[in-house]
Design a protein around this ligand. Structure first.
Ligand code: ZN
Length: 406
């Protein structure tokens, strides 16, 4: 008779689910042994895996969702449609969360509290099955029992490391530029056919890095150099940790309305320059929410950032970089959006002491932009233009810095 090993996780909300430390390696997801089913007063989720791995499960509110993390699962070709959905639970996303961690997110269409969760491992075959039981409760009870099991912001460097004030770049020393390829992992960003924003922007970031490094004037750090999900706040933390002189986030979003095309450069603002910019900034924050990161409540609001003196000095510098990039792209013949300079409350631009811009190189929703994004010659041209913009900005910025200090 087969023996079944039970690994039962502590499901007290607020406590990290216990991890089975002796388990390691990459498990494969088996969609044929997985299901989401309604049961009496709840939902049962079953996931088949080729072996046991450490895991944890928790729920989050607004929007309601179930998050399951594994160390580490190969999802294969699984997409949200691989699992049947019910009227209570559906819209499933799979992906890599952090290097070494895989995540599944299930949108909950009803307040479903975590009732029990356990991973069973068959001792003979080694096959594992995670079973999660969810029970219908009131909205209030769901809110009360939902939350991240860890200290929020666990990925941030210790406060001491970020506390020291940044020296304004002098135009003489090596410039540290942090390039942030938008989205990644479980968050693909905009999609069109086989093309995803996360893949295109990683390629573009690597190419831009090559251009910048070749000037022998810059050190370049990427916020991600693979297909990982990196929370927005972590991207800012990486820039601060690298002691960045400049932060550039690269995106190619899809914009619903009209025939929008061309490049746009954004800076941070508490009041968005227009509705579309506000919607875009909100959507990027929402991507984090959907991936199971909930930073609301402990995120510095922009209002607070605006009070910061460092930000007051920094904001004109961000605007100067943005203007320099727009000018250089225009001179290089890169099509610009009809309003190429905009502002909105992008969380990724919130480092108060690092000049930060978000560059929408084009819209994945535009046929022409897409063709350009896939054209190596156009990308090289664009990277060269951004490089020259950064070089000229750093000189002007250093000269202004000298004036400020006098
Ligand atoms: Zn984007």
């Amino acid at each position: 008779m087969k023996k079944i090993v039970l690994i039962i996780a502590a499901m007290l909300i607020g406590a990290t689910a216990s991890l089975a430390q002796d388990l390691s390696g990459l498990a494969r997801f088996d969609v044929s042994k997985s299901s989401i089913e309604n049961k009496w007063r709840g939902v049962m989720l079953t996931l088949g895996l080729s072996q046991g791995v450490p895991w944890r499960v928790f729920t989050l509110d607004e929007p309601r969702r179930l998050v399951a993390d594994f160390r580490e699962v190969d999802w294969g070709d699984a997409t949200g449609l691989s699992l049947d959905q019910t009227d209570r639970a559906g819209d499933v996303r799979f992906g890599q969360f952090q290097p070494g961690w895989s995540r599944m997110v299930v949108d909950l269409k009803a307040p479903l509290k975590l009732d029990a969760a356990e991973m069973r491992i068959d001792e003979d075959t080694g096959l594992a099955e995670l079973q999660v039981d969810l029970a219908l409760v009131s909205s209030a009870e769901f809110s009360e029992t939902s939350g991240q099991p860890e200290t929020p912001g666990w990925w941030l460097p210790p406060a001491a490391e970020v506390a020291k004030a940044r020296m304004r770049q002098s135009g003489q020393e090596e410039l540290t530029v942090v390039i942030d390829p938008g989205h990644g992992g479980i968050d693909p960003g905009a999609e069109h056919g086989d093309q995803t924003e996360k893949v295109l922007m990683l390629a573009m970031a690597r190419e831009l890095k090559d251009h910048l490094v070749r000037t022998n004037r810059m050190r370049v750090v990427l916020t991600r150099d693979d297909d990982s999900f990196v929370p927005l706040e972590m991207r800012v933390a990486i820039a601060r940790h690298a002691e960045a002189d400049l932060f550039i986030s690269l995106h190619a979003d899809a914009l619903g309305q009209g025939q929008a095309h061309g490049a746009t450069v954004y800076t941070l603002s508490d009041t968005a320059s227009d509705k579309a910019s506000a919607a875009l900034a909100e959507r990027h924050d929402r991507d984090d929410l959907l991936a199971g990161v909930d930073l609301r409540g402990q995120d510095d609001t922009i209002a607070n950032v605006l009070m910061d003196l460092a930000w007051l000095e920094n904001q004109p510098r961000s605007q100067a970089v943005a203007n320099a990039i727009v000018l250089a792209l225009d001179q290089a013949g890169t099509p610009l959006h009809k309003v190429p300079r905009r502002s909105a409350g992008f969380s990724v631009l919130k480092a108060p002491d690092i000049p930060s811009v978000l560059l929408e190189v084009g819209f994945l929703s535009s046929t022409k932009d897409r063709e350009r994004l896939l054209d190596p010659e156009w990308r090289a041209n664009t990277a060269a233009a951004i490089t020259s913009a950064i070089l000229s900005w750093s000189q002007t910025d250093a000269a202004i810095g000298d004036l400020v200090r006098q």
